[in-house]
Design a protein around this ligand. Structure first.
Ligand SMILES: NC(=O)c1ccc[n+]([C@@H]2O[C@H](COP(=O)([O-])OP(=O)(O)OC[C@H]3O[C@@H](n4cnc5c(N)ncnc54)[C@H](O)[C@@H]3O)[C@@H](O)[C@H]2O)c1
Length: 332
């Protein structure tokens, strides 16, 4: 049985969700909504489904099984709360864009509402939804890295938006923190230094120092000051048994075993490979639809909202650290 899906927030990302639902056999796109009528109407024409200008009206009229929340707002997450609560309260499964919210109390409420309603709630943590990242995760789970010791992560893109002092932290790093948590588990302490690049008013480049619950130590370098085009993301994880380096989410991952000079390299294939960033969305949306269809336990779906919220709490700690200069312990 196909899942009837609606999308709320028809900017570039909402249009991408709608397109990918239309291409997926597990889904039937039934409606699109934006408070900006022109955006809703354009999306309606593009995707061949009715336009709505009010989320509650669309939810009441269409009673979709699944709703994508692709609004943005302050720090790219300020507008998610209201339509997410509307969709969850109506018993819809929700796939929300990152960040889950720029406000962790609202994030707590949204996660609690999904639990109360017994529905699926996932976040588009698409950077880990690649064959290369899954293979690296398998290496970790199979013990190929031995006892985990450290992780070094970096991500940089050019983004001139100056909308809030912590925009770079809140909007970019849900991805990087999630990738680090995917491989190394929960984070219990964070410290962050940040800098404003020449001509900028916001903390546009930052260096995070992290400690994980299992004792792993980690660092994260992030920047909104370097244009993409060249590689933009790198994750290195090491343990007593070896080390891997994952380049650009899907392009290549290399395992360097501690006891051998022969390394294992996975390269994205020319035919049938990922090719571009949109593939990460296709894979993430496809996984969500498959897991909902298969009835996977709610808290076991990949990239669930609790994981999105945990990443956001680390970022809230990093912001506190930038303000105070202190290490922030997250579980005290
Ligand atoms: N996963 C990724 O790799 C990735 C990449 C880029 C952006 N994003 C995320 O995608 C989201 C959307 O980004 P965008 O660039 O398309 O944003 P955008 O601002 O262009 O579009 C958001 C739209 O939502 C509409 N909207 C806001 N509140 C609404 C409501 N209550 N009901 C109906 N419509 C409403 C706005 O009018 C706007 O048209 C952001 O949260 C951003 O962080 C994710």
């Amino acid at each position: 049985m196909t899942l009837r899906v609606a999308v709320i927030g028809m900017g570039p990302i909402g249009n991408r969700h709608a397109k990918l639902y239309n291409q997926n056999d597990l889904a039937e796109l039934v409606g699109v909504c934006d408070i900006i009528e022109d955006r809703a109407n354009k999306a309606s024409k593009t995707h061949g489904v009715p336009a709505f200008y009010d989320a509650q009206t669309m939810i009441d009229d269409l009673k979709p099984d699944v709703v994508s929340i692709t609004t943005a707002g302050t720090e790219n997450g300020g507008d998610h709360y209201e339509p997410t609560m509307q969709a969850l309260s109506a018993g819809c499964h929700v796939l929300g864009e990152k960040p889950i919210s720029n406000n962790t109390e609202e994030g707590d409420e949204m996660v609690a509402k999904a639990k109360e309603m017994g529905v699926y709630y996932g976040i588009n943590l698409n950077h880990r939804f690649t064959p290369a990242a899954r293979l690296a995760k398998q290496w970790v789970d199979d013990g190929r890295l031995g006892h985990l010791l450290f992780v070094n992560m970096a991500m940089w893109i050019g983004n001139p938006n100056e909308s809030s002092p912590f925009y770079h932290i809140q909007a970019l790093h849900p991805h990087t923190i999630d990738v680090m948590r995917y491989f190394c588990g929960d984070i219990d302490a964070v410290h962050c230094f940040a800098v404003k690049a020449p001509g900028r008013e916001i903390w546009s480049t930052a260096q995070f120092n992290l400690r994980f619950t299992n004792g792993v130590v980690g660092s994260l370098t992030g920047s909104y000051d370097i244009e993409r085009g060249h590689p933009m993301e790198r994750c290195e994880v090491a343990g007593t048994g070896g080390r891997f380096v994952l380049e650009d989410m899907w392009r290549e991952v290399t395992l360097y075993p501690a006891d051998s000079l022969q390394k294992t390299v996975y390269t994205d294939p020319l035919f049938g490979g990922f090719h571009n960033f949109e593939s990460t969305f296709r894979e993430r949306i496809g996984t969500f639809l498959q897991q909902v269809t298969d009835g996977v336990p709610h808290d076991e779906i990949d990239g669930n909202a609790s994981e999105g919220l945990a990443a956001q709490k680390v970022l809230a700690g990093a912001i506190e650290s930038i303000r105070t200069g202190e290490v922030v312990y997250l579980n005290r």
